[in-house]
Design a protein around this ligand. Sequence first.
Ligand SMILES: *Cc1c(COP(=O)(O)O)cnc(C)c1O
Length: 426
Amino acid sequence: MKDIAPPPPILRNQFETIREQFTKNVVPSYGRFDIAFSHGRGSELFDVNGKRYLDLGGGIAVCALGHCHPAITEALVEQSKKLVHVSNLYYTEQQGRLAAELVSRIAPGKVFFCNSGAEANEGLFKLARKFGHDEGRFEVITTVNSFHGRTLAGIAATGQDKVKKGFEPMTPGFRHVPFNDLAAMRAAISPATAAIMIEGVQGEGGITPAAVEYLLGLRALCDEKKLLLLMDGVQCGHFRTGKFQSFQRILEGVAGAEKFVPDGISMAKALGGGFPMGAFWVRSPYADLLGAGTHGTTYGGTPLACAVALKVLEVIEREQLADNVRTTGEFLKNEINRLAKTYPGVIKGARGMGFILGIELAENIPAFAGSEKPHAIQFVNRLHDAGVLTIPSGNQIARLLPALNLTRADAAEGIGFIEAVVKKLA
Ligand SMILES: *Cc1c(COP(=O)(O)O)cnc(C)c1O
């Protein structure tokens, strides 16, 4: 008789063993928390010691359907039995179908597939250079506190000194102006400017949504000065705000904004629901600027990645997760604001919309005075002890970027954990 083997026992010192291997063998470019995960399901994660966490960080806005969603697993298994990769020398049905699905949710245009957010932005920078090339224009203006990825052009585009430090000289052609400041943007435009790039909601910079007038003003400015308006939707896109793209949510119901559309949008993070994938969309008049031989990547848009992304989209729409993002996001935001009212010495307030939310911490929380570490890190660490995962953003903000299918019950449980920590800090 063949017995089913029992799962291996949990080793209590497994974390130290894993960390040791990292210390010896992994480039130490990340500041990691002292947790090693072993498995997950939905918005639950379990570390190697068997401790359970409620995941409100979603792998930094990646795990759109939570962990190990059966539909994603099935799409991966079924497609990998048929075809994984053939290269972009050929056509596959999946890539064309996914492109059509993305285009149909934005506006007439075309899509290029790549593998990450930085690479998607890189493609948009190349688009901008191609667009301006014949007139000698090459510059892309971005905003202070933006984040656009870690490649050489990505760190040049990012409006934060900390990502540039030690990697100078910067790739030329990028300048930064304050976010949500239309006059500053207008003043910064030079004869060399080809494009403007902004995030619809600044993510790494502390969860700051673009204002309605800012978006509309930038569109008018770009039309007037013949510039491309590029939007980095890597973190705030893919229904995280309650609409497919953040500008669709921000401009919802705004008279005269129906026709607003950027010229390029980068995507990644939630696009593959955890399977690595990036893409950018280009609006129709510019969709053929990158002609044959001008841009490429070996892995972009494999049938496997596209099959998964198609499934993610299908589940989001079938289960009406955009509505869930709105209602559950509203609940979370109201609860954070309630905590801010009750414990003003700890929490200043809530930022953001949908499932891209920030808990802004008060300055100089006495309980944090004993450590050099920023408030955000100390707060996130205490939340870990309480059993909930969030993502620090800057020094004063903890971000919530949960799975789009986070339930109301999960959200309420998360608030309970957060409130317990906040109460102790007060
Ligand atoms: C994460 C992120 C990127 C970079 O994406 P990678 O996949 O890490 O290269 C770019 N822009 C924004 C807004 C992001 O949040």
